[in-house]
Design a binder for this molecule. Structure first.
Ligand code: 13P
Ligand code: SF4
Length: 303
């Protein structure tokens, strides 16, 4: 099937089946362009909890589609490529978290949304990169267990020195490998460009940023800035929206390694097939789902 024909079919099917297509900011351009909504993890969770659609086609990675299912249990949530996962989310499972809690009893657990439903179910509250500081600040306890991202945990800790944050040692394989020397080098060559970095990068990198934020916060920063040049310290998929919304501004990727292969697995044809055959449905055990929903809803109530 030709591209144009496939786009028409997706449009016909989404109308006929009352489906909505949600896509993360890291998806490939064709996928972002066909989506009803493109956003960061928080924005996507909110959309999933509010939509009237019967089917959600989730273009992102597994934990994101799973969160959509947890927040909309009566809807059919389809992940076009079932093995699109997040290696960081896989760095902790429920059993490891139970052990971590046993080692540090009576301390609330905050889990980054990049985690499985089972880990969310074992946690007190969830957070995303856009609201992590706010969520941890809202807790009465001065000690917090944070899973699975040590880099986001360290970033929160710098923002809230009054809190003792004990981090699980997980990390994003895409952001963690950026080196602080790369920031120095690009600062030297791109003098006046603003450097915008995701908090999943390591602390030596993050502390050299002009702005730190989630993917949508980085987009908002650029859209509201008078500056003309920006260095982008997050996954390269975000460049599509940045360039589309800011055709007269210039963007440079901080490091060539900023590619998440899992986010690149989904193509138009996968969306078309998932929608046509209603396949790759996300299913979560009801008990786990109810516990995990509590963590996600607590987060949504605060943000
Ligand atoms: P955002 O919530 O900033 O979109 O981040 C999701 C993610 O997986 C970043 O690697
Ligand atoms: Fe996971 Fe990193 Fe990919 Fe985000 S960029 S989905 S944290 S591996």
């Amino acid at each position: 099937m030709k591209m144009k024909e496939m786009i028409n079919e997706v449009n016909r099917l989404r109308k006929e089946k009352n489906a909505v297509i949600l896509a993360h900011n890291y998806q490939i351009p064709e996928v972002q362009d066909i989506a009803d909504y493109v956003g960061d993890s928080l924005g996507l969770s909110k959309k999933a909890s509010q939509t009237n659609a019967d089917i959600i086609i989730f273009c992102g990675v597994h934990f994101m589609a799973e969160s959509a299912k947890i927040l909309s249990p009566n809807k059919k949530v389809l992940l076009p490529v079932l093995d699109a996962g997040c290696p960081m989310a896989d760095m902790i499972d429920a059993e490891q978290l139970r052990f971590f809690k046993k080692e540090h009893p009576d301390i609330p657990v905050v889990c980054y949304v990049n985690s499985s439903a089972e880990v969310k179910a074992e946690s007190d509250i969830c957070c995303t990169s856009s609201n992590a500081v706010k969520i941890v600040k809202s807790l009465e306890s001065d000690k917090v267990l944070f899973v699975p991202d040590q880099n986001l945990g360290n970033y929160i800790s710098k923002q809230l020195p009054e809190k003792d944050i004990i981090c699980w040692e997980g990390f994003c394989i895409t952001h963690h490998r950026v080196r602080h020397e790369e920031v120095d080098m690009i600062r030297k060559h791109r003098g006046t460009a603003k450097i915008l970095i995701h908090p999943e990068a390591n602390s030596q990198v993050v502390e050299k940023a002009d702005f730190v934020g989630s993917t949508s916060q980085i987009i908002d920063y650029v859209n509201n800035s008078e500056e003309k040049e920006f260095v982008i310290g997050t996954e390269m998929g975000i460049l599509h929206t940045l360039r589309k919304q800011n055709p007269h501004k210039k963007f440079y990727l901080l490091s060539p390694g900023l590619v998440c292969y899992n986010m690149k697995k989904t193509g138009l044809e996968d969306i078309y097939r998932a929608l046509r055959d209603e396949k790759h449905e996300i299913e979560v055990d009801v008990e786990i789902m109810n516990l995990a929903r509590r963590s996600l809803e607590r987060m949504l109530n605060i943000s």
